[in-house]
Design a protein around this ligand. Structure first.
Ligand SMILES: Cc1cc2nc3c(=O)[nH]c(=O)nc-3n(C[C@H](O)[C@H](O)[C@H](O)COP(=O)(O)O)c2cc1C
Ligand code: SF4
Ligand code: FES
Length: 544
């Protein structure tokens, strides 16, 4: 496979395009409301109307507006697109009638909707556009040129330098500089190294990585292959939770397709570089997203964290240097190589470059997946893209970072979304969960929800987390049930401090965050639930 072959494949794919295209979302969200049946019916309706020459019904990945699904975007011959929402399989004939000029009354919007207009789609550029099950579609969209370019024109050190210059930071939560991590693995000695993609995605409400894997699997594979070349690895693993069967099957298909045309495997693009990738399925434990637990799980051991150092970059899978990055981190690599580190570094803020994908959920009118430039404010996200709280309610807080994050109150909504600003408010960027809360939300209950999650997901290896999350959860219950005193609240705060400082891994170290951040901004909600204090020398009443 050479550049001419890639171009020939792209041209052949392009020749199959038709005047009108009905892009039908077949990602998990829309599939759960029967978009597969809808696609089947659309195919049948197009055939019945004798339109197969001019109309294509295309399977695509997630368009982001999942709350409005099932979605079909109709690309018209004049270049305009109309987005049909909340469709059912029975709407197929009406929709095909509509493209023939018969008004159907079906609900539609367009891509000027604020939900789309404020987005900047870099890693999700192909999401909802190309067929994720066809490597030809990815190649037609420019795919695998970045890998070819680095293999034939760049040195591994040059690639590491480009990623460093771009300012990309890990999207898995902690925001560690990606270039620095790659440089450490590249420097590590030894002939055998691994590249691992973390697709465990366990935060409640998060589905960014699932959507990327389902909608554009080759983008992640290409990013991993570039990382392998840059760091000197020849074997990769994609760790995906078993709850993501569609992502797993599309990844396996993508790997098979790439191997079949010499883009994965031995001597890729007829160069000395070889790289193989395998999918490993996780059983759904949140802690297996922690990098050392994840590697233990790949090795077939119990998925429990171990102390660091040594870090995976020095001693990872089977004791070998291992580069481990998140799905979205790998999805940023191809655009950086294609469009340049300077271009990438020009997007975002001084210390947080590029875009971030968020799963916008909770008490907000427009739910779904968004990709926004770093530095956009929380207010712009929840009020403009999200459309504000429904039913005339006010937004009270925004939770970012899942069980490791915190709740940012309404008065701080003008905070820019970047690693440092969110950190200063006691939250974290996290992997991209963003849950909006309105004025009906009880913040102590929110804290209890996340603590219950951490208690259930604690692996039990170390005592502060194993016992501390149970005790903190019990204290939160006591407060919510109005049985607690000021002394209990003090004990809760002390426990938060102790668990944070003494737990072995990030799960325990960050489990107190939702309590601490709600205490910081909504302390009165805790205090209102406490028993009235018994004065030490209050006179006893005599009922005898
Ligand atoms: C309890 C726990 C769960 C985690 N879950 C994930 C996850 O699902 N996906 C992920 O990419 N990182 C997760 N992480 C962070 C990883 O340990 C690691 O830092 C990350 O995958 C590195 O990739 P990045 O540098 O590209 O962000 C988790 C960390 C902890 C402590
Ligand atoms: S902090 Fe919790 S999850 Fe992490 S090792 Fe200790 S018990 Fe396990
Ligand atoms: S799953 Fe269909 S738009 Fe997201």
């Amino acid at each position: 496979m050479q550049l001419e072959d890639l171009n020939a494949l792209a041209e052949k794919e392009h020749a199959t395009r038709k005047k009108t295209c009905l892009r039908t979302c077949m990602s998990a969200g829309c599939l759960s409301s029967q978009s597969d049946k809808l696609k089947k019916n659309l195919d049948a309706a197009v055939t019945a109307a004798g339109l197969t020459k001019d109309v294509e019904v295309r399977r695509v990945g997630c368009m982001g507006f999942c709350g409005q699904g099932p979605l079909v975007a109709v690309d018209q011959p004049d270049g305009h697109s109309k987005l049909y929402e909340h469709l059912t399989p029975d709407d197929a004939t009406k929709l095909v009638g509509e493209i023939q000029g018969q008004p159907s009354g079906l609900p539609f919007g367009d891509e000027k909707h604020p939900f789309f207009a404020r987005q900047m789609r870099i890693v999700r550029a192909n999401g909802g556009v190309i067929d994720p099950e066809r490597i030809e579609a990815y190649i037609e969209a420019g795919g695998y040129r970045a890998l070819l370019q680095v293999l034939t024109e760049n040195t591994p050190a040059g690639v590491v330098e480009a990623i460093t210059k771009s300012g990309l930071r890990g999207r898995g939560g902690a925001g560690y500089p990606t270039g620095l991590k790659w440089a450490t693995v590249a420097r590590a000695a030894g002939p055998k190294k691994y590249v691992v993609c973390n697709g465990d995605e366990g935060d409640p409400g998060a589905f960014m990585d699932r959507s990327i894997l389902e909608s554009d699997p080759h983008l992640v594979l290409e990013g991993m292959a570039i990382a392998a070349y840059a760091t000197g690895a020849d074997q990769g693993f994609l760790y995906v939770r078993a709850e993501y069967p569609l992502a797993i099957s599309r990844l396996n298909l993508a790997i098979k397709q790439a191997k079949a045309i010499g883009i994965l495997g031995a001597n890729i693009f007829e160069t000395p570089f070889s790289f193989n990738v395998e999918v490993r399925i996780g059983a759904g434990a949140f802690v297996c997203g922690e990098e050392t637990a994840l590697m233990a799980s790949i090795e077939g051991k119990r998925g429990q964290p171990r102390p660091r150092p040594p870090f995976p970059a020095e001693s990872g899978l089977w004791g070998k240097p291992t580069l481990l990055n998140n799905v979205e981190t790998f999805a940023n690599i191809v655009p950086i190589i294609q469009r340049g580190a300077e271009w990438y570094a020009s997007i975002g803020t001084e210390k947080s470059k590029g875009t971030k994908v968020f799963a916008l959920t909770g008490k907000v009118k427009n739910n779904g997946l968004i990709e926004v430039p770093m530095g956009i404010t929380l207010r712009e996200i929840v009020e403009e893209l999200g459309g504000g709280a429904p039913d005339g309610h006010e937004i009270k807080a925004v939770q970012t970072g899942g069980p490791s994050g915190g709740c940012i109150p309404q008065q701080h909504l003008d905070t820019p979304v970047d690693y440092d600003s969110l950190g200063q408010l006691g939250s974290i960027m996290g992997s991209g969960g963003m849950v909006v809360m309105d004025d009906t939300t009880n913040m102590v209950e929110i804290a209890r929800f996340y603590m219950e999650f951490c208690r259930d997901e604690s692996c039990g290896k170390c005592i502060p987390c194993r016992a501390g999350t149970v005790q903190m959860h019990q204290l939160l219950n006591k407060i919510i049930e109005r049985r607690a005193t000021a002394e209990d609240l003090k004990q809760l705060e002390e426990l938060c401090d102790m668990v944070r400082q003494t737990s072995l891994c990030g799960l325990g170290q960050t489990a107190p965050n939702p309590v601490l951040s709600t205490l910081r901004f909504f302390r009165h909600e805790y205090e209102e639930l406490l028993q009235p204090e018994t004065a030490p020398h209050a006179p006893h009443s005599n009922h005898s």
